[in-house]
Design a protein around this ligand. Structure first.
Ligand code: CP
Ligand code: NVA
Length: 312
């Protein structure tokens, strides 16, 4: 069946099928080759894209900007102090205004509810550039990087170590279970993901023929192709810094841990990284190619999402 994503928002990968996710990853690989060949694109010509950021960003902001310009579109950055949203104007009204002027809207911020409301009221595709709950565009870049590294997404096992209930833990669990990657979370039990989300993802995993494991034993990385980690303290949770560091100190990705994974295993990180905490500098540098491939692939996958959902 032909994939048609025109007009569709990306709020969480829960709303995407396995085939749609594969399509976006493959489109990103094609767009990457096109850029490598120096071919200037026009797939977003005449399109205006709003980029709303309540939280800071390096990769996501730059990926949307460069991806949009590469294909002839116009990105407009709207920082949290630049617009009325959250000050004088409701999310619903901001959505209706931006929807009249722009062809697509990216939102990064705190509440998932905000990005859902933007999508419900704007009438144009809305892309989640990270909320407290989900980070779907990051997952597309990670899947692309796995495909480039191992040549396939089939038969892969990923283990995510650290804060198992943050946006990255949630979104990797959704993405991997949808696509058919065996996925484990290793975290202390009080940082495990929400039970309802685990159940939902178990349903996705059953359909794709993969499995989900949630454990607290740091030694259980055997058979992993990818060992993934993220910061112990996410944006907006800075008040929890001290306790998180104490709780997660045993859950560091270091050389001893990597030695227990497959010989061909890679360490992955969405960045920014706090080296010496969730990952040692040694492991980070050893796998820096993979980690910075992920960062670059943010741009190719985000470009693919914009092209597929609002391109010509
Ligand atoms: N990985 C990621 O989302 O990075 P930024 O916070 O820099 O956008
Ligand atoms: N969990 C991290 C991801 C950063 C890309 C955060 O929300 O800060």
């Amino acid at each position: 069946m032909a994939i048609n994503l025109k007009g569709k928002s990306l709020l969480t990968l829960k709303d995407y099928t396995k085939e749609e996710i594969e399509y976006l990853v493959d489109l990103a690989i094609t767009l990457k080759k096109k850029k490598m060949m120096g071919i200037k694109g026009d797939l977003l010509e005449g399109k205006n894209i709003a980029l709303i950021f309540e939280k800071p960003s390096t990769r996501t902001r730059c990926a949307f900007t460069v991806g949009c310009v590469d294909e002839g579109g116009h990105p407009e950055y709207l920082g949290k102090n630049d617009i009325q949203l959250g000050h004088k104007e409701s999310v619903e009204d901001t959505a209706r205004v931006l929807g009249r002027l722009f062809d697509g809207i990216e939102f990064r911020g705190f509440q998932q509810e905000t990005v859902n409301t933007l999508a419900a009221y704007s009438g144009v595709p809305v892309w989640n550039g990270l909320t407290d709950t989900y980070h779907p565009t990051q997952i597309l870049a990670d899947l692309m990087t796995i495909k480039e590294t191992f040549g396939t997404l089939k038969g892969i096992k990923m283990t995510y170590i650290g804060d198992g209930r943050n946006n990255m833990g949630n979104s990797l669990m959704i993405g991997c279970s949808k696509i058919g990657i065996d996925f484990s979370i290793i975290a202390p039990s009080f940082l495990w993901p929400d039970q309802d989300l685990v159940k939902e993802c178990e349903g996705f995993a059953k359909a794709s023929g993969s499995k989900i494991t949630i454990i607290d034993d740091i030694n259980e990385v055997e058979g992993s192709h990818a060992v993934y980690t993220d910061v112990w303290v996410s944006m907006g949770e800075e008040d929890k810094s001290k306790e998180r560091v104490e709780q997660l100190r045993p859950y560091q990705v270091n050389a001893d841990l990597m030695a227990k994974a497959l010989p061909e295993a890679v360490a992955m990180h969405c960045l920014p990284a706090v080296k010496g905490y969730e990952i040692t500098e040694e492991v980070f540098e050893k796998f820096s190619k993979t980690i910075f491939d992920e960062a670059e692939n943010r741009m190719h996958t985000i470009k693919a999402v914009m092209v597929a959902t609002c391109g010509r």
